[in-house]
Design a protein around this ligand. Structure first.
Ligand code: FAM
Length: 436
């Protein structure tokens, strides 16, 4: 056999052996402590989860499979003619397999997704039946859950498949789901914002991103490149964030990948997670209304100060883990400098990168005064005329599928058991404090 599945079939038994070996030999070693505030404070920073696909270093940034994100972007093979960016297909190959794809490997994934990309009629009918008031993220959750009759995992499980083979069906479902997402997302977009216009047919000449952009009605070459980059940058972020953890958690109940991904998207829809990029644009729009497109440094500082005095945070700045400028911000800014450095929104975001940290540092409490991924994505999407803010989190979700579903394949591959932490009532905690 060849291709990604064959590669996984070779690698997984070896990794599973290693995983079980570590657990068996070192399972009793202690790697962290749980305090009362861990239990009462959202488990922040507790070393509790396993993640093979990506990791964060607070100073060095984001790694996919041990490779810095900027190197991932530089090294992913350029597959389509005339493109400057690698493909999300290649990124998925890297996240799932652990190895950088060759051009042929990445092309193979594009082919597979083209083959698997037809969305069943009942799913499109469900999307078409939805009222425009249903938020695009709620529509994405409904559409991905309703694909569950397609599940090879459900079918195999009901026939008594062996546990060691679960990953194979998870792989099939994940590949099918990712292949269908551009059509699903574009159908939602066109229904909500374009009165149902637009294509729902996958075209064999284009890659996954090319098809997606064309179905969105935005086929411009540079926008497709932006989408390739965007899909790579937002894909994976360890396993403790809400969308990744939700997918994993639901998957440990052996709910199928369509349901697990739907749960993940329910989490991404929240304002503290995937909705933050929207807030940035709202804030920038206010700023431009108040002080214009080309304000002085002093005017900018005053506007930032006023935001803080109003009891608000500066959206797009700060991070729970990172302690320097988010590499995803840097990579988007590099793209912007190449393609649209004179765009007023881009200019403003680039200037803010210097000015906001100066102001935030003076507060003496912000752990990371530098910009995160969300500070940049909005102005780029606006530049290429994807103006509907309500849709931005869906783009994030389509990208996040690459990461959370790679993780899900590995969760089944390594036999991750059902998650079931112990909980405490406040009375039990008080008792505990008395004794301690
Ligand atoms: N503007 C003003 N104050 C800020 C701030 C910002 N951008 N970022 C942090 N602070 C304050 C924070 O409110 C806290 O103040 P209090 O002690 O008075 O409550 C103090 O600095 C310490 O917070 P921290 O330890 O630096 O940050 P956290 O780890 O608690 O929170 C963030 C991290 C991202 C939630 C926070 O920096 C924030 O609210 N940023 C603005 C919103 C944003 O950009 N969110 C998107 C995050 C993105 F990465 C994503 O998940 N999509």
């Amino acid at each position: 056999g060849k291709g990604l599945k064959a590669k996984l079939a070779k690698k997984i038994p070896i990794e599973r052996e290693k995983f079980l070996g570590i657990r068996c030999l070192h399972g009793k070693k202690i790697i962290g402590q749980i305090s009362v505030s861990s239990v009462m404070g959202g488990m922040r920073g507790l070393p509790l989860l396993f993640c093979e696909t990506s990791s964060l270093d607070k100073n060095k940034g984001i790694y996919y499979r041990g490779k810095l994100l900027k190197d991932v972007c530089a090294k992913l093979p350029r597959v389509q003619e005339g493109t400057n960016e690698g493909t999300p297909e290649g990124c998925f190959y890297l996240l799932a397999s652990g190895s950088m794809p060759t051009k042929k490997d990445a092309k193979q994934i594009t082919k597979e997704w083209l083959k698997r990309g037809t969305v069943p009629r009942y799913c499109l009918r469900l999307i078409d039946s939805m009222d425009k008031r249903v938020h695009p993220m709620a529509q994405l959750c409904a559409a991905s859950a309703c694909l569950n009759p397609q599940s090879k995992f459900v079918e195999a499980y009901s026939k008594g498949a062996k546990r060691a083979d679960y990953w194979k069906y998870t792989y099939e479902d994940s590949m099918n789901l990712i292949a269908m997402l551009p059509t699903v997302a574009a159908a939602i977009y066109n229904n909500v914002f374009k009165d149902g216009a637009g294509s729902r047919e996958v075209n064999d000449e284009e890659d996954w991103s090319g098809n997606f952009c064309r179905m969105l009605g935005l086929p411009e070459k540079d926008f497709v490149d932006l989408m390739r980059l965007y899909m790579i940058l937002h894909a994976d972020h360890e396993s403790g964030n809400v969308s990744a953890h939700a997918c994993h958690l639901v998957g440990t109940a052996l709910s199928d990948p369509f349901l697990s991904f739907s749960a993940s998207m329910c989490g991404l829809a929240g304002p503290l997670h995937g909705l933050a990029n929207q807030e940035v644009l709202v804030w920038l729009t206010k700023l431009r209304k108040a002080i214009g497109d080309d304000p002085s440094d002093e005017e900018l500082k005053k506007f930032i100060d006023d935001t803080l005095k109003g009891g608000q945070v500066v959206p797009g700045y700060g991070h729970a883990v990172l302690r320097d400028t988010d590499p995803r911000f840097v990579l988007q800014n590099e793209f912007a400098m190449k393609h649209c450095k004179d765009d007023p929104g881009v200019k403003l975001v680039t200037r803010m990168w210097k000015i906001v940290p100066e102001v935030l540092k003076k507060l003496n409490k912000v752990a990371n005064p530098y910009p995160n991924v969300d500070a940049h994505s909005g102005v780029l999407l606006q530049h290429y005329c994807l103006k509907e803010l309500k849709f931005y989190t869906v783009l994030f979700g389509v990208s996040r599928a690459l990461g959370v579903l790679s993780q899900l394949i590995w969760s089944r591959a390594l036999g991750a058991p059902i998650e079931r932490p112990k909980s405490f009532s406040s009375a039990e905690i008080c008792n505990f404090i008395k004794v301690a």
